[in-house]
Design a protein around this ligand. Structure first.
Ligand SMILES: C[S@@+](CC[C@H](N)C(=O)[O-])C[C@H]1O[C@@H](n2cnc3c(N)ncnc32)[C@H](O)[C@@H]1O
Length: 211
């Protein structure tokens, strides 16, 4: 992948049954479902950074009759992916879900949408420098609500940053609910919950895509 990656085309393997990306999506969607089921009846907020076409969250909510209790903001820069997500949201009648064509690396893009009961960080940490990954994990504590959950993904291709990411999350007061690293794939999915008080949101950048 390069900084010139075509992020619309990147989504194509989602439509290939058995592809690693389709497998990863199934894991992320299962954890979104578990999160919803763990908080029955509550009004919940969600933010998805670098949401792409939003297949994870939209794909879950469109199948649920309690989708209206979720208010969500998807942040995505590629206009084609924004259009796909918006069309999918409209088809599914998800009135509480918005897509902003905005820079998810800029903390200002989260104003009005946080604190998040669920922060989705799928397909981000593998596309930024290690330093930006660390900065992002620090910022999670400002983006999440009390007891907020983060679902994140990261390739484990060498050099595998996931041990460091998990350590940083622990340092920031997140407990690990699960970390899935299928032996037959290189992706991994982590689910962490904030156990300490959130920090006030600051201004500035979390990350810039480099891959
Ligand atoms: C690897 S894809 C992941 C998409 C989605 N989260 C998923 O897992 O299906 C990364 C996405 O981030 C978007 N992106 C890249 N830099 C961004 C930024 N600074 N702010 C928002 N979106 C960005 C790309 O257009 C692309 O759709």
């Amino acid at each position: 992948m390069g900084a010139s990656e075509d992020w619309y085309e990147w989504h194509r393997p989602y439509d290939e049954p058995g592809s690693p990306l389709a497998a990863r999506l199934a894991v992320v969607q299962r954890h979104i479902t578990d999160w919803l089921d763990s908080r029955p009846g509550e009004l919940l907020t969600c933010v998805s950074a670098c949401a792409g076409q939003g297949r994870d969250l939209i794909g879950v909510l469109e199948r649920r009759d309690d989708a209206r209790r979720v208010r969500a903001r998807l942040l995505e820069t590629d206009p084609r992916n924004v259009a796909v997500a918006e069309a999918h949201i409209a088809r599914a009648g998800l009135t509480g879900v918005e897509v902003l064509r905005a820079d998810a690396g800029d903390l200002a893009s989260y104003a009005g949408a946080i604190p998040a009961d669920l922060l989705l960080f799928a397909g981000v940490l593998g596309n930024v420098t290690d330093a930006d990954a660390r900065t992002s994990v620090t910022a999670f504590r400002s983006l999440c609500a009390t007891r907020g959950t983060v679902i994140w993904t990261r390739t484990r291709q060498p050099p595998d940053l996931t041990p460091a990411v998990r350590g940083w999350l622990a340092d920031e007061g997140f407990e690990e609910l699960t970390f899935e690293a299928p032996p037959n794939a290189t992706f991994s999915v982590g689910v962490h919950r904030l156990t300490v008080p959130p920090r006030p949101l600051t201004v500035g950048r979390m990350f810039t895509f480099v891959r």
